[in-house]
Design a binder for this molecule. Structure first.
Ligand code: ARG
Length: 400
């Protein structure tokens, strides 16, 4: 067909992306397939992944450790934006896609490829994120998505793979579709497709069931500098270590599970389970520190911006002019978001129980009901007269 000559394929080691290798070569006439697996902390062994790719016919199998970049350039800005899609999902999967696209585009340049490829189907958000991110970074590149076109059932995919020496998955019966990285796990399909079915305990790996969590609360203090988390219990940690450690501490208390029906960009409602212990606590703690350090108007205005930001990221527009403009706004607001937040973890809850900052705008002299009060109570009367004046005029008109 001659769609492309040399392709860099986003590779996970799973059956679908493995089958893409022979499929691209046999059906679409691609001469050379280079696979790229991004290590984003998914915990898989990446050595066997390389071997798998080569056995399936890849000419080269790249593994890129992108954990640090993932946390620093993608997760931390999202935390500064308190990003929650539909007020709940902290975008743990969504944030990985623009980074993987960037790695694909860079590899394509380095190896002289004329296309990138991925194994996404036509029903999800991830295809949109890969395609639009790739287009934004290099509009010359072709984008191949075999699984969007081949029309194979699960069984047919496995069968096609077997013809080219790709072994059928050992756990053929495991019904879930899972995406995992350092930020969390996204779980869908199988019994979860019934929105009324409670998620079985077996799907969770990062968060304990309440019955198994400690019987005493644990306190954890998270330190931020300009909106970036830098310390846990006063210990300075590098980004990847900080997120990993927090996942463990928080997951141990069973906090960080989300069960939601979510609106995909492609118009489908889907039932999705997330476990995102560290990320969710970081967003809550960051949000709280902002309440101490930002003025009322910035705090309130930022809420709307955050909602737009979350939608942009979910909908694949990480590399876009609006996103860049919003980034500039958010960065400006983070200048003084420095301080410490204390979180109490207990039986599936994470409760913010304290916060402090050298930039605190909280004034006890103004807030107190005690003797130190320096708020001018009499001034309130004149203020309320002016503030209520339009309402008074309106009321008199209506009544009279
Ligand atoms: N629905 C989520 C998103 O669009 C996660 C999808 C991840 N894939 C999965 N197999 N659960 O970001």
């Amino acid at each position: 067909m001659g769609r492309a000559t040399k392709v860099v394929l986003a590779y996970s080691g799973g059956v679908d992306t493995s089958v893409c290798i022979p499929y691209l070569k046999q059906e679409w006439g691609v001469k050379e397939v280079i696979t790229l697996a991004a290590d984003l902390g998914q915990g898989d062994e990446l050595g066997p992944i390389q071997e798998k790719a080569l056995k399936a016919g890849a000419s080269e199998s790249l593994v890129v450790d992108a954990k640090e970049e993932f946390i620093t350039d993608y997760a931390f800005p999202a935390i500064q934006a308190n990003a929650l899609y539909e007020n709940r999902y902290p975008l743990s999967t969504s944030l990985a896609r623009p980074l993987i696209a960037k790695l694909l585009v860079e590899a394509a340049a380095k190896y002289g490829a004329d296309a990138i490829a991925h194994g996404c189907t036509g029903k999800g958000n991830d295809q949109v994120r890969f395609d639009v991110s790739t287009t934004a970074l290099n509009p010359q590149l072709k984008i191949l998505a075999p699984a969007r076109e081949w029309g194979f059932s699960r069984e047919q995919t496995i069968e096609y793979g077997e013809r080219f020496g790709i072994p059928a998955p050992v756990t053929k019966k495991y019904p879930y579709s899972i995406d995992r990285n350092l930020l969390g796990r996204s779980i869908e399909a199988g019994p979860l497709e019934d929105p009324m079915t409670e998620p079985p305990e077996e799907i969770y790996l990062m968060t304990k069931a309440i019955g198994d969590t400690p019987d005493t609360p644990e306190y954890v203090e998270i330190g931020f500098v300009k909106g970036i988390p830098t310390t846990i219990n006063s210990e300075t940690l590098a980004p990847v270590a900080l997120v990993s450690k927090l996942n463990e501490i928080v997951g141990n208390h069973g906090f960080g599970r989300i069960d939601m029906i979510e609106n995909r960009l492609v118009g489908i409602k889907s039932r999705e389970i997330y476990e995102v212990p560290g990320l969710l606590v970081l967003i809550q703690a960051h949000w709280d520190l902002e309440s101490l350090t930002l003025t009322a108007d910035v705090t309130q205005y930022k809420r709307g911006i955050e909602e737009t930001y979350s939608k942009l990221v979910y909908n694949g527009l990480w590399y876009s002019p609006l996103k860049a403009a919003i980034d500039a706004f958010i960065q400006q607001t983070q200048e003084r978001v420095t301080g410490t937040v204390r979180v109490k973890l207990f039986k599936g809850t994470a409760t913010i129980v304290g916060r402090q900052s050298e930039n605190s705008l909280y004034s006890s002299d103004l807030a107190t009901y005690g003797e130190e009060d320096r708020f001018d109570h009499k001034a309130a009367e004149g203020f309320i007269y002016v503030w209520g004046l339009p309402t008074r005029v309106w009321s008199e008109k209506m009544k009279g």
